[in-house]
Design a protein around this ligand. Structure first.
Ligand SMILES: Cc1cc2nc3c(=O)[nH]c(=O)nc-3n(C[C@H](O)[C@H](O)[C@H](O)COP(=O)(O)O)c2cc1C
Ligand code: SF4
Ligand code: SF4
Length: 268
């Protein structure tokens, strides 16, 4: 048996979940950042199990995850599972993901939502602590379903209202949080380049030791949250909140994951 878990993560929540899950899978599974396929035409799957772990963005799956699914080609007929991490409102993320898979002639065997601390809207401190304590037992439960190759019923509503809300949330939300137009750095910037290192879309270029943002942004907010000088600014809502990242994920994890796993993937 072989499993591959593809993840996308801005502040480490989804990466922490993917790591915890791989420990609990019968074959441990390899964890791969799906962003390494950004410039590839296809992503070939030849394993028995295919997993997708990602954050909910605007009650939906991030565009980069949709693009990744479009690129999938299958040499095997894998059991497919997905875990969406979010701050309490998954919208129709898993239903949408299942629709993307359906276009590839595949079906989501099991789908799960895990509540984690929010990196856009703020989660109250007591709830944040509780979620950081509770996600591991939840992942253990999920791994039993996956190891048994069981299917589950996706607990989301496929209603027009959800899609309209998601679209409104996306068009307003991007402006309130971060867009290529409103993102900038303040005089606190020391030119360390960490914002560039954690950007899985390679959307930041350092010119004369200062960051310059391109248009390939996924609004993951990694550059905002990981900047050690709190020098990255965006829209009104974003600038009001504090920085967050998962306590067990480091800058090196965010950065190294891309390099090491990219190398592993290229060898296979
Ligand atoms: C642009 C953006 C939009 C988000 N939209 C939602 C949402 O609609 N519902 C929700 O519950 N959480 C939402 N979140 C919160 C994240 O889904 C949540 O914090 C997630 O665990 C972050 O995972 P990561 O650290 O792996 O990126 C949003 C976060 C971002 C950055
Ligand atoms: S991480 Fe912050 S301090 Fe470092 S280069 Fe980027 S904006 Fe400047
Ligand atoms: S520019 Fe910032 S918000 Fe946009 S993809 Fe890169 S790290 Fe994420």
């Amino acid at each position: 048996m072989s499993s591959k878990i593809f993840y996308f993560s801005g502040t480490g929540n989804s990466l922490a979940v993917a790591r915890e899950l791989s420990k609990n899978l019968s074959d441990k599974g390899s964890i791969i950042p799906l962003s390494i396929y950004r410039n590839e035409e296809t992503a070939q799957i030849d394993t028995d199990v295919l997993g997708l772990v990602f954050p909910v963005h605007f009650m939906n799956i991030p565009d980069i995850v949709k693009c990744f699914i479009k690129k999938l080609t299958f040499k095997s007929n894998p059991y497919i599972f997905a875990i969406a991490t979010c701050n309490g409102t998954s919208g129709a993320s898993l239903i949408e993901l299942n629709k993307c898979l359906d276009r590839k002639g595949k079906v989501l065997s099991s789908g799960f939502v895990i509540y984690m601390p929010g990196n856009a809207l703020v989660t109250p401190d007591d709830i944040e602590i509780e979620r950081l304590k509770n996600y591991k037992p939840k992942v253990t439960e999920i791994s039993t379903t996956i190891n048994n190759r069981s299917t589950n019923k996706i607990d989301e509503k496929d209603s027009l209202k959800t899609y309209i809300l998601s679209a409104i949330c996306k068009s307003l939300g991007k402006r309130l949080y971060l867009t290529p137009k409103n993102v900038s750095y303040t005089s606190q910037c020391v030119g360390c380049g960490i914002c560039k290192k954690v950007c899985h879309l390679n959307n930041i270029e350092m010119i004369n030791k200062r960051p310059h943002w391109g248009n390939e942004c996924s609004t993951c907010l990694a550059c905002f949250h990981w900047c050690p000088k709190k020098a990255v600014k965006g829209g009104k809502m974003l600038n009001k909140r504090g920085r967050y990242h998962h306590p067990q994920i480091s800058i090196e994890d965010m950065e190294l994951k891309i390099k090491l796993e990219s190398a592993t993937w290229r060898k296979s």
